[in-house]
Ligand binder design. Sequence first.
Ligand code: PXP
Length: 236
Amino acid sequence: MAILCVNIDHVATLRQARGGTEPSVVESALAAEKAGVRGITVHLREDRRHIQDEDVYQLRRLLRTKLNLEMAATPEIVGIALKIGPDQVTLVPEKRKELTTEGGLEVIREKKYLTGVIKRFHEKGISVSLFIDPELPQVKASRAVGADIIELHTGEYVNAAGSQQKRELARLKAASALALKLELGLNAGHGLNYENVRPVAKIKGMNELNIGHSIIARAIFVGLGKAVKEMIKLIG
Ligand code: PXP
């Protein structure tokens, strides 16, 4: 079954609401590690609305598990990522006005650019995951540009219900099967919560789930350690 990487962006969202130092992003990461997560994910957005550059530098120094940096493949952020050296980067599309990442990367359209960016990360020993919609041509293109991993966007699945949700799960399964055939690592995320996560965690070959909002929201009521442990129990 899958392992859990927790996305702690929304700890930073709360901190930024008052512009101070609380709650501490680093402390939340260390608490999540203590509770058993296998990696910490943060998204350094171009507008720095939550995670700040210094958070990523500190996490790089202090984490014992994996640091997965979610990012747009813009020259500025690529430069910062190469300097910090996370274990893994997850390339996502980014729009300034979106509340959260809205769709997958257009790997087919950006083939040439992404190939160059991925090569630069590989030269530094950083593995590269591409956040894509569960579409077979995007999976194939991810292989072609040299990605190590794909992260399937589960947004359509989590927003659907009934038979439509079954169809979305089937799309995720088909994209997953192709990823395995092409020897790509397989991750998934976006909108996963305690109710909808199990069918995704059970997909054959699913390696890692990136989950943020639902865990941080639950942590308000039960504490971060318990919220993390409950999710690990569901997916493991
Ligand atoms: N994976 C990616 C690529 C994302 O952009 C996000 C949102 O930051 C997540 C996972 C986590 O999504 P959520 O906060 O809805 O669990």
